[in-house]
Write a protein that binds this ligand. Structure first.
Ligand SMILES: NC(=O)c1ccc[n+]([C@@H]2O[C@H](COP(=O)([O-])OP(=O)(O)OC[C@H]3O[C@@H](n4cnc5c(N)ncnc54)[C@H](OP(=O)(O)O)[C@@H]3O)[C@@H](O)[C@H]2O)c1
Length: 308
């Protein structure tokens, strides 16, 4: 059983406290079997709808015990068919930890590594991207996106050259701030992007007004950040039971409720919930399995959250 393997692995790694995390595995977590996938419009390559984000919890990794827990997160992620890992040079230790652990686990070929460039000026951008190659310990990065529209035209030019050279497979832009949406939309309308990344959550649905339909029209893959509003949604439902109709779309937890809402949007390609815990990872991957809510169920979910 995976649980025993994992417990043994954790104990071998000297992470005794990790055992407490194992208690509810299997109750909420992803079941063995395939994950729902979506195609990237520019190539047709398919990726699972749930990935993992590395902001915050991966940013200040100092001890071997912290590293061992994240190694287990990545090991389970790859073993369960997970692919998309989102990171950034501005996330402290995150890029280097991902690069080291992926190399250590020998799983690079099965993963889709997404990072960002957030620099001003051509040379500064190039240096930052080259540092990402070194930290991620890879000769080809799957996606590099301009972080929060910083010096977009300059950095996109460099990214397109890297794509042409075969070192970067996809290029894009990101935002997580509604204030940037008008500028973000202009960038989407004027350029060719493989991916956009934007915030979208059950209680923060602004991206659905124009950005998501525009991405569908322009043939751009959509990666969703902040799917839980950095935990805000969990606080909103604290102490509440899932509504019984959540089982109509095979939803066993609040995390799956929030994530299934996102990935059932027809324009969404994938979503990268941030986590540093195996228990949460497995819970989140469960949102890429079973039935998804239809349009009527999605409206019911919106009503539910809006009434809280
Ligand atoms: N502009 C940009 O480009 C931009 C901006 C923001 C974020 N991002 C990307 O998007 C990713 C997601 O955003 P985020 O990590 O800031 O916020 P988030 O995914 O909305 O929320 C993360 C929080 O939810 C908790 N969590 C995760 N799974 C859970 C579960 N199943 N049950 C209960 N709690 C759970 C995590 O804690 P645990 O660690 O304890 O699980 C963490 O506190 C980032 O990691 C980053 O890769 C990009």
């Amino acid at each position: 059983m995976a649980t025993y393997t994992t417990r043994r692995d954790l104990l071998k790694a000297g992470v005794g406290s990790g055992v407490a995390l194992l208690v509810s595995w299997g109750r909420l977590g992803a079941q063995p079997g395939p994950l729902i996938e979506r195609p990237i419009p520019s190539t047709g390559e398919r990726v699972p709808v749930i990935g993992v984000g590395t902001a915050r919890r991966w940013e200040a990794v100092t001890t071997p015990a912290e590293r061992a827990l994240l190694r287990e997160v990545l090991r389970q992620f790859a073993e369960r068919g997970g692919k998309v890992i989102d990171t950034a040079p501005s996330y402290g230790t995150a890029e280097a930890v991902v690069g080291d652990l992926v190399a250590d686990l020998g799983v690079r070929a099965s993963l889709f590594l997404a990072t960002k460039v957030g620099a001003t000026g051509r040379q500064a951008g190039i240096e930052q991207i080259e540092a990402s190659f070194r930290r991620l310990r890879t000769s080809r990065i799957d996606l590099v996106a301009v972080h929060n529209l910083r010096d977009t035209a300059t950095q996109l030019q460099t990214l397109r050259e890297l794509k042409q050279a075969g070192r970067v497979r996809y290029v894009g832009t990101t935002t997580s701030s509604p204030r940037q949406y008008p500028k973000f939309e202009r960038t989407m309308r004027t350029g060719t992007l493989d991916f956009i990344q934007v915030d979208y959550a059950l209680d923060s649905r602004g991206a659905a007004a124009t950005i998501l339909p525009l991405a569908a029209d322009r043939g751009m893959a959509v990666m969703i950040n902040l799917p839980f509003g950095r935990g805000r949604l969990f606080r909103a439902v604290q102490g509440r039971a899932l509504p019984p109709w959540a089982s109509d779309f095979d939803c066993a937890s609040w995390a799956q409720f929030f994530l299934k809402y996102i990935v059932s949007h027809p324009a969404v390609t994938c979503c990268v919930p941030g986590t540093s815990k195996v228990e949460h990872l497995l819970d989140n991957l469960g949102a890429a399995q079973g039935r998804l809510p239809d349009a009527a169920a999605r409206r019911r979910m919106e009503d539910f959250i809006d009434r809280l």
